[in-house]
Design a protein around this ligand. Structure first.
Ligand code: ZN
Length: 110
């Protein structure tokens, strides 16, 4: 399975399409499809069934849910320098494969 270089919990910025410039947290990665789901990005209205709340008021309506977008449409935001970056693969002293920022060189993974 090809690696997306992006993990759940990462912050990314959209670089093309109608959501260009939007930032959000990755809530799901789909390596097989080469897609990611980002909080607040590529929102679609979804109709919700009627729901009864505790006070027996009937609630209904539409909610917005983020749909997957192609990995190539987002860039990872470096948590250290706060810029959209390309990822550099590197190894820690104990041999673990981690991601690092190509701009500031800081490690992204702990
Ligand atoms: Zn950086």
């Amino acid at each position: 399975m090809p690696s997306l270089g992006i993990k759940t919990g990462d912050t990314v910025v959209v670089i093309s399409g109608i959501d260009k410039g939007k930032r959000g947290r990755v809530i799901k990665t789909m390596p097989r499809e080469g897609k990611v789901v980002v909080e607040g990005v590529n929102l679609r209205w979804k109709h919700q069934r009627f729901q009864r709340s505790r006070t027996l008021q009937v609630q209904s309506g539409r909610i917005q849910v983020p749909m997957p977008i192609p990995r190539c449409k987002v860039m990872l935001i470096c948590p250290h320098c706060d810029r959209p970056i390309r990822i550099k693969k590197t190894f820690t002293v104990d041999g673990r494969k981690v991601r690092a920022c190509k701009k500031c060189g800081e490690l992204i993974d702990e």
